[in-house]
Design a binder for this molecule. Structure first.
Ligand code: ATR
Length: 270
């Protein structure tokens, strides 16, 4: 049986094994998908042992997406652009790294919220790994402008600079300078990990705006409550999680699963 895993630290709460088991069942693919806890100082060893045991690939989660990028012998264009890898395929001629996070985010927004992204004003809050993985795919969807705001301005500026050639107007600013009346606001900071609400003022929300936090479960609640109380449509990161998994499944198996029933099943267990 072909083996896959999600590798991270911590990893015990990951929903990926459930999602991939449902995809496999739905598409008739035979595979096994596990959780693999890598020691913080032993990621490479853990990964090499898994590949040597005959595994076909894996997903990479916090905090190893940048380390995974370094260990690949080939990288897809979108992994290259984001500088991080969340999906690895162990090919005969080396490891290929992909990043499906951005496509997952864009697919969730377009398919599940009915918002086109094209022509809209988008605010991306945060300039860490999660933002870096998402920005390229957001740009490809053709919004009118993307503003990246971050506590540390340097990091927002660097992220914008590395994507400036892609043809969509991009602006970097501090959290305090976040622009008003955005159509879509995406929280890609780790502030919700501590249960805090949004790191930007409610003026960023146009009435009826989509306000999406990349987290899900209790961690996202403060942001979702903040969004709803200011007239926005709140959305957590569960849809993005399922969509990025579907992209990874396709990268490994060449088959595209139907995500809607899987998201529904997962939502029911949250
Ligand atoms: P991830 O991989 O989840 O993106 P990261 O690369 O450590 O993690 O990035 C965390 C993001 O959350 C960054 O944008 C960080 O801002 P800085 O670049 O200024 O560090 C943001 N962040 C974390 N804690 C925050 C806080 N208390 N207030 C505002 N932003 C915060």
């Amino acid at each position: 049986t072909d083996r896959y895993a999600v590798v991270g630290n911590p990893v015990e709460h990951s929903r990926s094994p459930t999602i991939h088991a449902l995809f496999a069942e739905q598409t008739g693919q035979v595979l096994r998908y596990e959780r693999l806890l890598a020691p913080l100082d032993g990621f490479e060893t853990c990964l090499r042992a898994f590949a040597a045991a005959g595994a076909k690939g894996c997903n990479i989660t916090v905090p190893f997406k940048f380390d995974a990028f370094e260990l690949c012998s080939h990288r897809t264009e979108r992994a290259q652009l984001g500088g991080a890898v969340n999906t690895l395929r162990f090919d005969a001629d080396g490891w290929t790294g992909d990043n499906t996070d951005g496509a997952g985010l864009v697919n969730d927004i377009q398919k599940n919220t009915g918002r086109p992204l094209a022509g809209l004003q988008v605010l991306l809050v945060g300039a860490g790994g999660a933002s870096a993985g998402a920005l390229g795919a957001l740009i490809a969807a053709g919004p009118a402008r993307i503003t990246v705001v971050n506590r540390t301005l340097d990091k927002a500026q660097a992220l914008v600079a590395s994507h400036a050639h892609l043809g969509v107007p991009l602006t970097a600013a501090t959290l305090a300078e976040a622009p008003a009346a955005q159509d879509i606001v995406i929280n890609a900071t780790s502030t919700s990990l501590s249960g805090a609400a949004a790191p930007v003022g409610a003026h960023v929300l146009k009435p009826g705006a989509l306000a999406l936090d990349m987290m899900y479960g209790p961690k996202a609640q403060a942001f979702l409550d903040w969004a709803a109380s200011h007239g926005a449509e709140p959305r957590d990161g569960l849809g993005m999680l399922v969509e990025q998994a579907a992209e990874a499944f396709f990268f490994w198996r060449g088959v595209r699963p139907d995500t809607a029933p899987v998201l529904k099943a997962l939502r029911a267990t949250l």
